[in-house]
Design a protein around this ligand. Structure first.
Ligand SMILES: Cc1cc2nc3c(=O)[nH]c(=O)nc-3n(C[C@H](O)[C@H](O)[C@H](O)COP(=O)(O)O)c2cc1C
Length: 238
C-alpha cells in the first residue's frame, strides 16, 4: 500500500473483532512507526503496549472510572462536593482533556460528534445513549491492543508535536498492515491505572492512547467525517 492509499484508507475504527494481533505483525508496525522524524531526533515519547491480561484489567478499570464519573455528574451538589474533596474517581490524567473549542473548531467538533451518533441511530438529545457510546472508548472498542503514548514533560509543545507525528506514523503503518486503529484522547483521562500496570519513567506524561486490532463490519466503522476544503485551510495572501 502506498502512502496515498494508506492516508485515504485510514479511518477511526470504533468496533474491533476479538481477533488478536500476531506478535510479529505488531512488531512490524511498531518498528515502522519508530521511523518517525522528531525534533533533533530526540524521540521524546515512549509507549506502553497493553494486551492480554493487562488490557482486560485496564478495560474493566477505566470503564468503571468513566461510569463512576458519569454517575457523579448526576449526584446532588453535596455529594458531588464530597467526591470532589476526596478526589474519588476524578480524572487524574497528566493533561487537561476537556477544552473549550472556539468558533469554527467547535462547529467541526459538534458536526463530527453528531455525525457519529446519526450513524449509530442515536438521537442528539439522548444523553444516556451518547454516554454509553463514549464509555466504549474505555473498553478500547473491544480492541486486543491498546498503546498508551507518553511524552517527556521537559520539551513541552515540541514533544507533543513529535508524538503527533509518531502517532500518525503508527496509524498509517497499522493501516498498511491491514489493521484498524483509533486514536483516543479519551484514554488520557485517567493515568493512574496505566501507571499501576507499567513502570513509567519519571518525567513522562500520558498524552493519549491508540486502540489497535481488526475492524468489524459494524455500522460505526462506516462513518467517514468530512474535512475542510483546502481553501478553508489556507490563509489568504494580503
Ligand atoms: C489526538 C486525537 C484524539 C482523538 N480522540 C478520540 C477519542 O477519544 N475517541 C474517539 O472515538 N475518537 C477520537 N479521535 C478520532 C477523531 O474523532 C477522528 O480522527 C476524526 O473524527 C476524523 O475521523 P477519521 O479518523 O475516521 O478520519 C481522536 C483523534 C485524534 C487525532
Amino acid at each position: 500500500m502506498d502512502v496515498f492509499s494508506a492516508l485515504s484508507n485510514r479511518h477511526s475504527v470504533r468496533q474491533f473483532s476479538n481477533q488478536t494481533i500476531e506478535p510479529e505483525l505488531l512488531e512490524k508496525v511498531l518498528l515502522a512507526a519508530n521511523q518517525a522524524p522528531s525534533n533533533c531526533n530526540s524521540q521524546p515519547y515512549k509507549i506502553a503496549v497493553a494486551q492480554n491480561e493487562t488490557i482486560e484489567t485496564l478495560r474493566t478499570e477505566l470503564f468503571a472510572k468513566f461510569i463512576h464519573a458519569i454517575e457523579m455528574q448526576q449526584q446532588p451538589l453535596p455529594r458531588k462536593l464530597f467526591t470532589l474533596a476526596t478526589k474519588g474517581g476524578l480524572p487524574d490524567g497528566d493533561f487537561k482533556v476537556i477544552n473549550k473549542y472556539p468558533g469554527i473548531l467547535n462547529q467541526r467538533r459538534q458536526e463530527t460528534g453528531f455525525g457519529l451518533y446519526d450513524t449509530l441511530g442515536i438521537a442528539r438529545q439522548d444523553k444516556k445513549a451518547r454516554n454509553q457510546q463514549m464509555a466504549r472508548n474505555f473498553k478500547f472498542f473491544d480492541a486486543p491492543v491498546a498503546i498508551f503514548v507518553f511524552v517527556h514533560e521537559a520539551l513541552g509543545e515540541w514533544a507533543t508535536l513529535d508524538a503527533g507525528i509518531y502517532v500518525q506514523s503508527l496509524l498509517l503503518a497499522a493501516t498498511a498492515a491491514g489493521l484498524g486503529s483509533c486514536a483516543q484522547g479519551a484514554l488520557a483521562t485517567w493515568s493512574s491505572p496505566v501507571r499501576r500496570h507499567f513502570a513509567i519513567d519519571k518525567g513522562y506524561k500520558l498524552l493519549m492512547g491508540v486502540s489497535l486490532g481488526y475492524e468489524t463490519d459494524h455500522i460505526v466503522n462506516s462513518y467517514r467525517p468530512g474535512r475542510a476544503k483546502l481553501c478553508d485551510m489556507q490563509f489568504q495572501q494580503r
